[in-house]
Design a protein around this ligand. Structure first.
Ligand code: PEP
Length: 251
């Protein structure tokens, strides 16, 4: 299983900025990228083609959409269909990110629709889960993660190819805060995530990648990526500069 080293650029970067960051990333990391690593960047929609074009001839580099809608086309102002992402070279979609859950108000049911729709329409999906700080303090981590997975993945076909679905464990309190989860917290959450995935998909869930996200930086990624059941990372802030993201990718 290749480790998936993913970047979420959120609402940052114009076309030119995205194109040059992607090119720098390729220049810094492509020649040294181990065979068991895959690099994935989620730029804003307006820069997806810029990044996908830079990655087009590079094996091990992919781009994807940070979001998409659950229809093929129609009167859905402001929305983007999976086939539009595919059309400009995006092969992945992101669902369940905490900012979409907690800033933009998406619930488990809608995230479930999006996850199964993207998979059914040609995208590979990175599906995010994670607890808020009050849920952790209240001893509810497993309850929250299990609910998010059981609802969010309920319509994903059981015969899915395991490389097409990855789960990113991103504790909300660690996203963009500089406060990274500790090794024990990460290992416990990832082992639990694997257990639930196996209960849903059977043994093939051992081939699904579970990423950690939340204040990953060049200084902590070596330790994180070596932990049990950590099959990659999802990086926000530290992915915006090619120098720091290339160090993470090659960690
Ligand atoms: C994220 O946006 O998914 C994320 C993990 O952000 P950061 O790395 O900045 O915490």
């Amino acid at each position: 299983m290749k480790k998936l080293m993913a970047a979420n650029w959120k609402m940052f970067k114009t076309w030119d900025e995205a194109s040059s960051t992607a090119q720098e990333l390729v220049d810094l990391a492509a020649a040294k990228l181990p065979d068991d690593r895959e690099v994935l960047v989620f730029p804003p929609f307006t820069a997806l083609k810029a990044v996908a074009d830079v990655f087009a001839s590079k094996s091990g580099f992919s781009a994807g959409g940070q979001d998409y809608y659950i229809e093929e086309e129609g009167a859905f102002t402001g929305e983007i269909a999976p086939k539009m992402l595919l059309d400009v070279g995006g092969t992945y979609g992101l669902t369940g990110h905490s900012e979409r859950r907690h800033v933009l108000g998406e619930d488990d049911e809608y995230i479930a629709d999006k996850t199964s729709y993207g998979l059914a329409n040609g995208l590979k999906v990175v599906f995010c889960i994670g607890e808020k700080i009050e849920e952790r303090k209240g001893g509810r981590v497993e309850e929250v993660l299990e609910r998010q997975m059981r609802i969010g993945l309920k319509d994903v076909p059981k015969d899915i190819a395991p490389e097409n679905l990855s789960v990113a464990y991103e504790p909300v309190w660690a996203i963009g805060t500089g406060e990274v989860a500790g090794p024990e917290e990460i290992m416990e959450a990832h082992a639990f995530t694997r257990k639930i995935l196996i209960s849903i998909f059977g043994e093939k869930a051992n081939e699904m990648r579970i990423l950690y996200g939340g204040s990953v930086k060049p200084g902590n990624c070596n330790e994180i990526i070596a932990l049990d059941n950590v099959d990659g990372v999802l990086v926000g802030g530290a992915s915006l500069l090619s120098e720091s993201f290339s160090q993470i990718v090659l960690a």
